[in-house]
Write a protein that binds this ligand. Sequence first.
Ligand SMILES: [Zn+2]
Length: 182
Amino acid sequence: MGDHREQIVDISTPPADAESRIAAVREWLLAAGWAAPFDGSDWLYPDEPALRENLGLLPRWLGFGGSTFVIARGSHWVAGDGTDVPVCPSCGEPSGTWEQIEQWDDQGVEPLERCTNCGHEVLLGDWNLEGSVAVGALAIVLDPQSLPGLGGVFDPADVARALRAELTAALGGRWAYVHHHL
Ligand SMILES: [Zn+2]
């Protein structure tokens, strides 16, 4: 139905620690100026408290306004419509495999994956998963909205990548970004 979410997935926090991690992420989103308290919700996560985009973000990405953030529990986070294999972070080839995604998701073991095209070898969570799948106990789910009349002037992926980088710098751990197309 043409709806989208940007999912910033925590791939290093074990499920047993998810609740405290969610609280820490929420505090950071507020303190770092990304989000403000909000009494609404995201219809995809009606039982989760949502945060509203902080107005201080308006100058960073022209047109980005009125978005919500939910920090949700889960197990795997998919691209949805058109989900594909991971893309090599070195050469850009979609040379990941479904078998290794299944190993990560079903057995909870993140595989070391070697690119069949260029030989680059890193953990699967460090591949480009933007159009694929990431396994993690929680994620920030951003519903990117545009200010009236300014739809399409910013790229939500730019916002998501910036959020991922700032989260990693501030809170540590490993985060993956998966774009979700409903
Ligand atoms: Zn490669």
